[in-house]
Design a protein around this ligand. Structure first.
Ligand code: DC
Length: 223
């Protein structure tokens, strides 16, 4: 039986924080698939390609070599030989990733890479289509969510703690737009897999969520 965990859910649900903590506790490799789409988005943006121009994106796809490496257990995303990890977590990169991730050839390329990682190592992988497409036989599937308000507040607190100036209403609108885009695209839209367990983190602390998932994982392994 494989020991992989799939975590899906909307933007800002806390997937990466939770997945990282679960990975540490259960000695699994954390794979952040959103970071791969973000790197691709940056690659196309640098070439001045409009994210809505599907044929140019598909044409440019072979010029984007995305790979994953680990330094002290932390995932690094390498784009054409350059470590772009430090520039991936901006709102703009998130929007670009969301826009280009709706194209089937883009998804095929990323899914292939992600499935390879899932075969080679025991992973906790987070994203939008992990339980439905990338790791359909993961031993545990979690659909992690929280209300839009709570997700926007978390993001707002995270950005202001870094000294960035932002507006809660703008973040909330951004999250709603991204949810809509990710849930309504034709190819692999974000949805809860039939066998995924729903975890609503709106009123839970990080420790509570991690504890709940670790318990579910241990139960799944014991089956
Ligand atoms: O999880 P994130 O915010 O870093 O993801 C950025 C965007 O990438 C997200 O809005 C949709 C896309 N994405 C995807 O389509 N499939 C995944 N497995 C991960 C991310």
């Amino acid at each position: 039986m494989n020991r992989n965990i799939a975590i899906d859910g909307p933007a800002g649900a806390g997937k990466s924080t939770i997945a990282k903590a679960v990975a540490k506790e259960k000695e699994l490799i954390y794979v952040d698939t959103g970071a791969m789409y973000r790197a691709l988005g940056i690659c196309f943006h640098r070439q001045g390609i409009d994210p809505e121009d599907e044929s140019r994106i598909v044409e440019a796809l072979p010029t984007a070599d995305v790979s994953i490496d680990y330094i002290n257990g932390e995932q690094q995303v390498i784009l054409n030989g350059e470590n772009v990890t430090g520039i991936l977590r901006t709102e703009e990169a998130g929007r670009m990733a969301s826009a280009i991730s709706k194209y089937a050839p883009v998804r095929e390329k990323m899914v292939e890479l992600q499935q390879k990682l899932g075969r080679e190592k025991a992973v906790v992988m987070d994203g939008r289509d992990i339980g439905t497409v990338v790791l359909p036989d993961a031993c545990l599937k979690i659909y992690l969510t929280a209300s839009v308000r709570v997700r926007a507040l978390r993001r707002y607190n995270e950005l202001t703690a870094k000294g960035e100036v932002c507006e809660l209403a703008v973040i909330e609108r951004d999250i709603e737009e991204r949810d809509y885009q990710d849930m309504h695209r034709e190819v692999s839209p974000l949805r809860q897999a039939d066998d995924a367990i729903l975890v609503d983190t709106s009123d839970m602390s990080i420790e509570e969520v991690v504890g709940a998932i670790v318990k579910l994982y241990e139960e799944a392994l014991a089956k």
